[in-house]
Design a protein around this ligand. Structure first.
Ligand SMILES: [Zn+2]
Length: 403
C-alpha cells in the first residue's frame, strides 16, 4: 500500500511537472519564439571577434554566439562598433570603426544561411521571415567620426544605423553623462560645455537625413535634451536603465523617460548588474574604491606575499560581488517602471551582453531571454504588450528612421 502511494505520488508529481513545462510551452515560450526579439546593444565584436574568436561556433566563453542567439529566440541584433577614448591603432578612431564593421561583414559572409546584414526596414523584416539573425550596425561613440561630417556620411554608407552621440568620453560637440556628472563640471569649472554645440546639432540633423537613429545612451542630460529638441525623428537609448531604481550616471531619470515618450522613441534596458541594482553599485563602488586598499593591505599583512594577496583579493572580490548580483525580477522591475510611468510603447531590450562583467542571476547569456518573457507573463502583461517590449517598439523607431 505504501509503495503504491509512493508510486502514485511520483506519477502525480511527474504529471504536474510535465503540465507545467507544457503550459510554459503553450504560453510564454510559444509567445517568446513567435515574437520578434530585438536587442539593441551587444559588444561581441569588440570582446571576441577582434580577439580572433569565431562566434559561428558555440563557445564556452563570452555571452553570445550564433547557436546561443538562436536558442534565445533573438531575431534582430544591433552589433556595437566601439573603440576606447584612445584608438586601438595609430590610424585613429575612424579606422578602428571600419575594422570592426569589416569583422561583422566577414562574419555574415561566412554564415549566409544564418545571418544577414540589414540596412533598411524591409531587409530587417525579410531576414526575420527567413529565420536568419538580422544584423545591424550601431556605432557607440561620436568620437569615431573624428569631428568630420563626411566620416559620418561614410559610416552611414557602410551600414551604420544608429550612432550613440557620445560614449563615456565627450566629443568637442557633445558632452557625455560621465563628464557632465564629473566634479570638474561643478560651478562651470570644466573646460567642456554641457550639451550639443551648433556642429553637434548639425550632426543630429544629418543623422535624421541619412536614416541613422540618434542614440542617447551615454550622453549627458544636457546633450540628451538638446538632441531630443533637435531630432525630427524618434530617438533610441540603446542600453540604459532607470535612474529612480538605480541612481547611477548612466541611467535615465523620470523626466527623460517622459521626454522619450513624447518624442515617440524607445529606451532599451541594459542588463549590467550595476545599472540594475543600487546595492550592487554601492558594493562595487566601495570595493573598487576605498575598500580595495583597506582589504588588500589586511590580506598582505596576513599572507606576506603579493601574488598570494592578489589571488585572495580576487576570490574575495568575486565572492562579494556575486552575493549582490540582482535577480531577473529586479531587471524586469526596470521594464515595469517605464511601462507604469509612460505606457508600454517606449521600452525595449538592450542587453549590453559581452560588454559587461556581471548580469542578473538567470540571465547568464543570450540563451536566457525567454525567462524575461516568462516573468512578464507571470506579471500579467498581455501578449500585445510583451511583443512591443521584446521588439515591436524598436521596430517602430527603426521604421520611422530608416530610409
Ligand atoms: Zn555602452
Amino acid at each position: 500500500m505504501r509503495s503504491l502511494l509512493v508510486l502514485l505520488f511520483i506519477c502525480c508529481s511527474y504529471s504536474m511537472e510535465a503540465q507545467s513545462v507544457t503550459s510554459k510551452k503553450s504560453s510564454s515560450y510559444k509567445l517568446h519564439y513567435k515574437a520578434i526579439l530585438v536587442d539593441t546593444h551587444n559588444d561581441v565584436l569588440t570582446s571576441l571577434t577582434l580577439a580572433g574568436k569565431d562566434i559561428s561556433h558555440r563557445l564556452t566563453s563570452g555571452h553570445s554566439d550564433l547557436d546561443r542567439w538562436k536558442e534565445g529566440g533573438v531575431d534582430v541584433q544591433f552589433f556595437s562598433i566601439w573603440t576606447d577614448k584612445t584608438p586601438r591603432r595609430k590610424e585613429g578612431f575612424y579606422h578602428d570603426a571600419i575594422e570592426e564593421i569589416d569583422s561583422l561583414k566577414s562574419l555574415v559572409r561566412r554564415n549566409p544561411d544564418r545571418m544577414v546584414l540589414a540596412t533598411n526596414y524591409s531587409q530587417v523584416i525579410k531576414g526575420v521571415h527567413q529565420q536568419k539573425l538580422v544584423c545591424l550596425i550601431g556605432v557607440e561613440g561620436g568620437h569615431m567620426i573624428e569631428n568630420d561630417m563626411s566620416k559620418l556620411e561614410s559610416l552611414a554608407a557602410l551600414g551604420m544605423r544608429y550612432m550613440t552621440l557620445t560614449w563615456n568620453n565627450s566629443t568637442p560637440w557633445a558632452s557625455s553623462a560621465m563628464d557632465e556628472t564629473a566634479p570638474s563640471f561643478e560651478g562651470g569649472k570644466g573646460e567642456l560645455r554641457k550639451g550639443l554645440t551648433d556642429f553637434g546639432k548639425q550632426i543630429v540633423k544629418r543623422m535624421n537625413e541619412l536614416g541613422v537613429i540618434v542614440d542617447l545612451s551615454h550622453t549627458g542630460e544636457q546633450t540628451f535634451y538638446d538632441a531630443i529638441a533637435t531630432s525630427a525623428k524618434p530617438v533610441l537609448l540603446s542600453h540604459s536603465s532607470v535612474w529612480n531604481i538605480c541612481p547611477v550616471f548612466r541611467n535615465v531619470k523620470d523626466d527623460q523617460i517622459k521626454a522619450v515618450a513624447k518624442n515617440g522613441g524607445v529606451i532599451c534596458i541594459n542588463f549590467y548588474s550595476g545599472f540594475i541594482s543600487k546595492e550592487y553599485d554601492q558594493r562595487s563602488t566601495y570595493l573598487n574604491g576605498p575598500g580595495k586598499k583597506l582589504i588588500q593591505d589586511s590580506l598582505f599583512t596576513i599572507l606576506k606575499d603579493s601574488a598570494n594577496m592578489k589571488t585572495s583579493w580576487q576570490q574575495y572580490y568575486d565572492g562579494e560581488m556575486n552575493k549582490v548580483r540582482p535577480s531577473l525580477a529586479q531587471l524586469v522591475d526596470h521594464i515595469d517602471y517605464i511601462v507604469k510611468l509612460v505606457g508600454d510603447d517606449y521600452v525595449g531590450i538592450g542587453s549590453d551582453y559581452d560588454g559587461v562583467g556581471s548580469v542578473p542571476v538567470g540571465l547568464e547569456d543570450v540563451t536566457t531571454y525567454p525567462k524575461i518573457t516568462e516573468e512578464l507573463v507571470h506579471r500579467g502583461y498581455t501578449k500585445r504588450s510583451i511583443r512591443k517590449i521584446l521588439g515591436g517598439n524598436v521596430l517602430r523607431v527603426m521604421k520611422a528612421n530608416f530610409k
